[in-house]
Design a protein around this ligand. Structure first.
Ligand code: GLN
Length: 537
């Protein structure tokens, strides 16, 4: 088994995760079996308890693990199956070490970062490799070189390389080469210093990926090569992409990154065939049509809070050869200025997941607007719950209808706590999580879109539709088109007399890929295209 480690230097947000995922794409398309994992140096056991302001999106896996959003990139860019083992945090490492210490497993030894913490980290690398039976395990180390909390992880991979031998390990360092406007030049010093920091720890990178806004010329590459002690051809340029993150694998292929990795690891594999990937880019860059989708959320100013949702919308566009302009709409703006002002001119509206009361009424107004104006509407998780509340209030006339998450004393709690949640006190990993089966109602639009009667989708919620109200809703034209196989939990709703009004309790965005767009996102964008043509004629 071979191992690639991806570290980052100079600043965060360089797109290490995208680089690791893109390398995964290239290696897979050379016929190699790969897996990807992420190490996060923070002390939280998982990101599930962190605010989107701290962390961006929490990405959910089939097994219910709440993970870093980079795992979303890994799944979208490759075919690798990920589990909770593929995201390790310092919190998990220390929890394991402390549990062992309390059990007496260390037999009287002093428990230390080296070797006990670093051993635990190395064990995970081996475990993920064995579980996946991959040819290559790609491990991304979160954080930036020089961070105190990242040191045990860097020390662990240094020791690991020593144990498995230099031709079995490839170190890739993603760094930043800033363009200084006043000097009119790209500057290599931060890269030199970041590599020096790594070498101090005992890691000499084999490949340097230089993130930059301007192309690197020959002199700069030579300078970086000389000062960082990395072969000239292994200094790779990763310029900001023009259109889409899905261009990154093609860009890295042009820089021969996958060749470098294979050569270093002594792997023989044919060149990557990226024809299908190029076709995706063509559809993204020169689409036949264009629609405008409004995403109504409460963390709209954060780029990463709805990452998988934005990606899945784009995939739905690719499936329809349709460009999508995503308008990010703060739900509180709708509360302040009204739905008409905020939503006029859109082709479709999507309300994503969320927690807490802030912004709820704005989302409800958005659902009302879409229902009344017959504008395509797609609700995800909280988006389904607010669509239900809106229908209860404005169609069924149930004044004060709400979710007990927002109003514990609502006279009509149409959304209420899942019964399994009633005795839950710990906040960590305690929601209804991960892949669950859902039966689709024959004859529903959803069953048609999926072309299936039983599906599996990923979940992350504590509240659900309150079954006491089912009949009332059904009589008024709302269809429960998906339920748990025992029919107790509502998973999907749709409106009969509406071009597209669909909302799921689950998160379909976690199962969409550019080369396998999710059926509901595909159908949503298709409905938006129809709506746009109708408006034009
Ligand atoms: N807050 C809602 C619940 O817990 C919705 C969760 C979500 O959108 N992920 O059920």
């Amino acid at each position: 088994m071979k191992y690639v480690f991806v570290t980052g230097g100079v600043v965060s947000s360089l797109g290490k995760g995208l680089t690791a995922a893109s390398l995964g794409t290239l290696l897979e398309n050379r016929g190699l079996k790969i897996t990807l994992q992420k190490f996060d140096p923070y002390l939280n056991v998982d990101p599930g308890t962190m605010s989107p302001y701290q962390h961006g999106e929490v990405y959910v896996l089939d097994d219910g693990a709440e993970t870093d959003l980079d795992l979303g990139h890994y799944e979208r860019f490759t075919h690798t199956k990920l589990s909770r083992k593929n995201n390790l945090t310092s919190g998990q490492v220390y929890q394991t070490v402390l549990d062992k210490e309390r059990r007496g497993d260390y037999l009287g030894k002093t428990v230390q970062v080296i070797p006990h913490v670093t051993d635990e980290i190395q064990k995970r690398i081996v475990e993920v490799g064995e579980l996946s039976k991959a040819d290559i395990v790609i491990t991304e180390i979160g954080g930036t070189t020089g961070d105190i909390e990242g040191l045990p992880f860097l020390e662990a991979i240094r020791e690991f390389a020593l144990n498995v031998g230099p031709t079995n390990v490839c170190f890739i360092h993603v760094t930043y080469v800033p363009f200084i406007k006043a000097a009119g030049e790209l500057k290599t010093k931060p890269t030199q210093q970041s590599v020096a920091k790594l070498r101090e720890i005992g890691i000499a990178p084999n490949i340097l990926v230089c993130r930059c806004e301007q192309p690197l010329n020959k002199e700069l590459r030579q300078k970086i090569s000389l000062f960082c002690n990395v072969a000239y051809e292994a200094v790779i340029e990763e310029k900001d992409v023009d259109h889409s993150i899905y261009e990154v694998p093609l860009m890295l292929q042009r820089e021969r990154m996958d060749d470098l990795v294979c050569n270093h690891l002594r792997i023989e594999a044919p060149p990557a065939n990226m024809i299908h990937w190029q076709e995706i880019i063509r559809k993204l860059v020169v689409p036949q049509h264009r629609v405008r989708i409004g995403v109504v959320g409460k963390y709209i100013e954060l780029q990463d809070a709805y990452k998988s949702v934005y990606e899945a919308i784009i995939h739905g566009g690719v499936a329809n050869d349709c460009g999508v302009a995503i308008e990010k709409i703060e739900s509180e703006e709708i509360e302040k200025f009204g739905a008409e002002k905020a939503l006029r001119g859109l082709t479709g509206i999507l309300v994503p997941g969320g927690f807490g009361e802030r912004g709820i009424e704005g989302k409800i107004l958005a659902a009302k607007y879409a229902r009344e104006k017959k504008m395509p509407f797609f609700g995800l998780c909280l988006g389904m719950q607010i669509a239900t509340i809106e229908f209860a209030r404005n169609v069924l006339g149930l004044a004060g209808a709400n979710s007990t998450e927002f109003d514990a004393n609502s006279p009509h709690p149409v959304i209420s706590l899942l019964s399994e949640q009633k005795n839950v006190s710990h906040k960590g990993a305690s929601m209804r999580l991960g892949s669950q089966p859902c039966e689709l109602l024959a004859g529903s639009k959803a069953a048609h879109f999926y072309g299936a009667s039983l599906i599996h989708e990923r979940h992350r919620h504590r509240y659900e539709f309150n079954n006491e109200y089912r009949e009332q809703f059904e009589q008024a034209g709302l269809m429960f088109s998906g339920t748990s196989p025992d029919h107790k939990l509502v998973e999907l709703i749709e409106l009969k007399d509406h071009p597209f009004f669909l909302a799921s309790q689950y998160h379909p965005e976690f199962l969409s890929k550019p080369n396998a767009p999710h059926p509901l996102f595909r159908a949503f964008i298709a409905a938006c295209q129809v709506a746009m043509h109708q408006r034009a004629t």
